[in-house]
Design a protein. Sequence first.
Length: 580
Amino acid sequence: MKKKWLLAAGLVLATPLHAEGADDVSGHYFEVEIRDLQEAGIMNGYGHGEFRPDQQVTRAEFAAFISRALALPKGDARFSDVSNSHPLFDEVSMAASAGIVTGVDEQSFQPERPISREEIAVMIDRGVQYKDIEPEAATLTFTDRDDILYPLNVRHAVSLGIVAGNKDGRFLPKDTATRGQAATFIHRMLEAIERIEKEKQAEKERLEAEKEKEAAEQREQEAEADKEEPADPPEPKQGEFRVASFDDDGQADYSDVFTSWEEALELAEDEGAEAIYEGDKVVWISEGLAVSSGLTYIYAPSEDNKDGNGAQITYVAPGTEMKLLSPGEERVDVMLQGLDGSVNLHDVTLIPASLVKERAYYTNEDGNLVHYLYINGSYVKYLYGEAPSFINEGDKAFSWDGYTFSDDTFYQYFSFMPLRSESAYSAEELDRYVKEHKPESPLIGLGEVFKEAEDTYEVNALYLLAHAIHESNWGTSTIAREKNNLYGLRAYDVNPNENAMAFESMEANIDFAASYVSERYLTDAEGTYFNGEYLGNKKGGMNVVYASDPYWGQKIAGRMYQADKFLGGKDIDALDIIEP
């Protein structure tokens, strides 16, 4: 899914971005962010393949980046040391007129002075507020927080996940930043703005829908009155609460209407009721499921997040089942794939336990553990791995993390094996597996490329093959055929075929993907997405942030298991797993 801010910038290049080695960005720590901003026309290079990502960024350059990122209107602000002939005069004037930058005094701006990290936080904070977003103020835990000249701006930027400290807990407010680091700050700012605007839009649409529903109900009541017939009592509306329990047939027995949430909750808890309705929507249940209504963000649990403004931990796709841990008026605590977190009440549908007729489960089919998911009224399945001995053939087993089943635990090897390892299989064996299972697959003959990537980037070759099979349907997807993109790189939800990265060859794509996974997901360093060197789930491993599908890691592990089983079982149990 291409970020909406890339599309909104109006400066997207006509040619798809390729992974090339002819510039000084390829392989750089901040390559993805730099290329995204280059593609949007927010940051430019110096020509001849030079971007100079490690060069210090100046105050004028950062003002220009933020002006372009926010598409600021033309300004009329002036500084004595930024003349009309200055190459960034227009951008500095725009940012100053918008109130995002100020001079060092009443006259001068010092455009060529390298910008400090705390000055970046100030501009970022003002840029976010220019978009009518009021950030929360995080508590600063940096050991050098007393050295920060603009603490409120830094607190805002920290709460949005845009700036952070280094490994020893310092913020280094007076230090300068590089062009590559500046790209990351702007990239994070735009992602934060997009995320918050989506949440605001969703809330606006919800309120409008409720308003329209109320209007429709009113029109219906008026029509019935015109017929001079007795009207049925009106359904409770928003702000009106009913406590409910259910009989064996799922029919609800409602209480009288309350206008206070606290009164309804007190009655529900006193009588051991199962649900509270606000209007016709379930807003509280004593136990049961929470199912995501759309793309849903998961935050820190309420116990660790008293003010309800905790940092986002991960996100999940629509229709994802989550176990209810604790209900609340605005947030509910849930468990998903071993992760405890909280979600906004309006992002999920609550299903009382007595109304849950179908749900996801695991079963043993011919010695294989198969996972059935219940989505939109029907089941879909995938093979996860070896069936544990305690799950009998045909039995249904339930697990909220993929390895804990009632009182028994079984870790699937390929979900938790270290991905920085060498597969026992040769290039020829990898090719043979593909040929036997998909004779027309273009992946046949690429075994050597997977093994070379394994050797170069220390990323397991069997994993790289399984990931490619999963994302590209054995290399036959439209994106794979037309753009040599086996991993769905940048195939964002909005026009995925158009927006996906294009590569000169599948070989080039495999090399790029192995490098990207190695640097961004398997390297424990500041600014990476590291959550463990394994596939995992939403609690740990690549799956925490790599995909909205909470079972993405399990599905690839299942692909690895099938290949290993076919080729002789040389990889399974060869190493110690990484327990989450």
